[in-house]
Design a protein around this ligand. Structure first.
Ligand code: AP5
Length: 208
């Protein structure tokens, strides 16, 4: 499970770790954006919350987690990117996994100063098709992974970034304590540095 503030590089590192470990990445943000793009009821429910930088209601996330955890895609395990952002979500995921005879093996917390986050998010573009995040490329450029068009996320506007950081402190940071109080070792990974170096740190933290 990957935790960390918006822009810490969870999505970037989830892709790298998924390739290294040979298991899929499951990012609730990506699932929600795909639902929004396809105009599904789940996407319509999530839209306003996401654009403001608020969390979507726990009930929506429970539905997504239930779908993914019971799907063959996650049969060998998965990298959960941003999938748990409130204590009720952490509890519910624990119950779902226990019912399936599984559990959370590792919790990695990507750590980086706030000023770097804002800098990263305001310069980010993402692929409309495969959702890969990019830096240093303008909207309208082509995705380096799949050739799809790059766009700016609405929640990367300055006001939404400020709100996302506030929401992270208030609602997601307590999840770290929740896991630690239950004897999960939350491994802190210094997320400030070149992408490959951060991947090396994350893999080292997993081995510990
Ligand atoms: P989500 O898409 O998960 O957004 P987030 O958590 O705010 O995280 P980000 O995707 O913004 O950042 P990241 O840490 O993945 O960084 P990235 O790798 O892109 O969720 C969006 C919304 O969906 C939420 O706000 C909420 O509304 C809703 N949602 C999702 N899950 C939910 C849940 N469980 N409960 C309730 N609501 C939920 O990197 C950022 C930029 O930095 C990129 O440009 C990248 O290229 C660059 N970068 C990455 N690493 C480095 C590096 N080492 N050095 C320099 N640049 C780097």
């Amino acid at each position: 499970m990957l935790l960390g503030p918006p822009g810490a590089g969870k999505g970037t590192q989830a892709d790298k770790l998924a390739a290294t470990l040979g298991i899929p990445k499951i990012a609730t943000g990506d699932v929600l954006r795909a639902a929004l793009r396809d105009g599904t009821p789940r996407g319509r429910e999530a839209k306003a919350f996401m654009e403001r930088g608020d969390l979507v209601p726990d009930s929506v996330i429970f539905g997504i987690l239930r779908d993914v955890m019971s799907s063959p895609v996650a049969a060998k395990g998965a990298i959960l990117d941003g999938a748990v952002r409130t204590v009720p979500q952490a509890k519910e995921l624990g119950i779902m996994l226990a019912e399936l005879g599984r559990g959370v093996d590792n919790v990695l917390l990507f750590d980086i100063p706030d000023d770097k986050l804002t800098q990263r998010l305001s310069g980010r573009t993402v692929c409309e098709k495969c959702q890969t995040p990019h830096k240093g490329l303008e909207p309208g450029s082509k995705c380096e992974k799949c050739g799809g068009p790059l766009m700016r996320r609405k929640d990367d506007a300055p006001e939404a970034i400020r709100n996302r950081l506030k929401v992270y402190r208030a609602q997601t940071e307590p999840v770290i304590d929740w896991y630690e109080e239950r004897d999960f070792k939350v491994e802190k990974v210094d997320a400030d540095g070149p992408v490959d170096e951060v991947t090396r740190r994350a893999v080292k933290a997993l081995k510990q």
